[in-house]
Design a protein around this ligand. Structure first.
Ligand SMILES: Cc1cc2nc3c(=O)[nH]c(=O)nc-3n(C[C@H](O)[C@H](O)[C@H](O)COP(=O)(O)OP(=O)(O)OC[C@H]3O[C@@H](n4cnc5c(N)ncnc54)[C@H](O)[C@@H]3O)c2cc1C
Length: 428
């Protein structure tokens, strides 16, 4: 199997790898292609929960594994609280394990897609080789979501039982990239001549709790609750009720560094006691995660034979950390176009410059805490219909929407930050 030449190697079978594999499986164009799916993990654990908003029409093209949906979203901001009317969207939740099982069952019906468990140690973009602890594999096209071209997560996050992404560590087998426009972020930060990209982490811990008595309204999700002390960062909690006695409660921080481990537990317990007023509860499961948020230009453009997808391809929305629906939308469009034209077009995987610009400014505003997430989202939800905000975050807004939106938050700090960002903006 190692010596065989593969038409397509999908390196990494998480959200983006499985999504791409299922798209290849379903589309007749890929039926005669030899496709290999590589991952070091069998994906048998519920290692994450995906939430996102989607209309019913959008949901029809998503994997049919939604675990819960909510029509009402509670928001607690700066002296402002509201039940947001999110029509025509619904807030939806998918359990990671349900998605993995659905993808595996789907792929089992397509023998031309092979799955191999292997730890990937490097890629050679020119020769199309994938180096692994199970031997090397060679492909015409490699769709990579396993290795990030630059380190995205701090060392400490690798302690997480299932580190989500591998930075390239082995200097003998990095992704060779001599002509690439991708600069090294560390040297970019150190070199005063080069632009400083913004790196922020979205890190969170969640408890799935059960109470002996009814404590939740299963019809209402708490989308963002900013009542906890912000500590000069953006900190909020969201609550996903599964029943009147069960809910997933997530404490989330946007900041450059992780918190000490005990702080996540302390803040979760404080929130449950002080704001939910729950004294008696049992933790059934817990989840910890780190999502990199950056305006670093992960060009998914083909570097020879490698196309980066998922987080490694810059799919995570830099200003919000949402990636689930974006991944589906980008890869469905990409696969459809590939099928139609016979060749993959990685430019379809990039957001337009207009949204990259907004994200870059927003990210820097958040990092410098020029405006905290609490003030920013309060400004938006107090003044604008939630559907407009969601449309904007989905990158579906019209120019008229943008004008309304840009006038809602405290605009002066954004304007000042945009001026400071001028050296970076052409390079994002
Ligand atoms: C805990 C958590 C919760 C999240 N919640 C949300 C949410 O609610 N909504 C939302 O929109 N986004 C969310 N995200 C962000 C984003 O949607 C996910 O990170 C998503 O899984 C990213 O997809 P991906 O394909 O890039 O990476 P992954 O899904 O992480 O897949 C990468 C795959 O590569 C494999 N891999 C890594 N290194 C190697 C290696 N060296 N060799 C072989 N295989 C390797 C991993 O095992 C994994 O299967 C969340 C992220 C996390 C971590």
């Amino acid at each position: 199997m190692q010596d065989a030449q593969w038409d397509i190697i999908i390196a990494g079978s998480g959200l983006s790898g499985f999504t791409m594999a299922v798209e290849c499986a379903r589309r007749p164009f890929f039926q005669d292609k030899k496709i290999l799916l590589l991952d070091r993990d069998a994906k048998t654990k519920n290692d994450r929960t995906w939430c996102f908003w989607a209309t019913d029409e959008e949901a029809a093209s998503l994997p049919p594994v939604v675990f819960r949906t909510w029509d009402s979203c509670l928001f607690f901001g700066n002296n402002f609280e509201s039940v947001l009317n999110i029509t025509p969207y619904r807030y939806r939740m998918i359990r990671g394990l349900d998605f993995y099982n659905w993808a595996k069952t789907t792929l089992d019906q397509y023998p031309h897609i092979h799955r191999v468990y292997a730890n990937i140690t490097g890629l050679n973009a020119q020769s199309g080789e994938v180096f692994t602890d199970q031997g090397n594999f060679k492909g015409q096209i490699i769709l990579n979501s396993a290795l990030t071209p630059v380190p995205l997560l701090p060392e400490a996050s690798q302690l997480y039982p299932h580190p989500p992404l591998s930075p390239i560590r082995n200097p003998q087998s990095p992704i060779p990239n001599p002509q690439s426009a991708i600069p090294n972020p560390q040297s970019a930060i150190r070199n005063p001549q080069s632009p400083s990209y913004t790196f922020l982490l979205q890190h969170f811990k969640g408890y799935l709790i059960e109470t002996p008595d009814p404590a939740f309204d299963p019809a209402v999700v708490t989308f963002m609750d900013y009542r906890l002390e912000q500590k000069g960062e953006t900190r909020f909690v969201y609550v996903l009720p599964f029943s009147s006695k069960q809910a997933l409660i997530e404490f989330t921080v946007f900041s450059p560094d992780l918190c000490p481990a005990e702080e996540y537990d302390a803040e979760l317990n404080r929130y449950i006691h002080e704001f939910l007023e729950i004294r008696d509860f049992r933790v059934l499961e817990s989840e910890f995660g780190v999502i990199p948020m950056t305006d670093f230009p992960f060009s998914p453009a083909a570097e020879s034979k490698v196309i980066h997808i998922g987080t490694a391809g810059g799919f995570v929305k830099a200003s919000s950390g949402y990636a689930f629906k974006r991944t589906q939308r980008k890869l469905l469009a990409f696969a459809g176009d590939w099928e139609k034209n016979g060749v993959p077009d990685p430019s379809l995987l990039r957001s337009s410059w207009r949204y990259r610009f907004y994200d870059s400014v927003m990210l820097r505003v958040l990092k410098e805490n020029a405006v905290g997430g609490k003030e920013f989202f309060t400004g938006l939800f107090q003044k604008l219909p939630p559907s407009l905000v969601f449309r904007f975050l989905d990158e579906d807004s019209t120019f008229a929407d943008d004008i309304q939106l840009l006038s809602a938050p405290p605009t002066w700090p954004f304007f000042k930050t945009a001026l400071k960002q001028i050296p970076v903006l052409p390079k994002i």
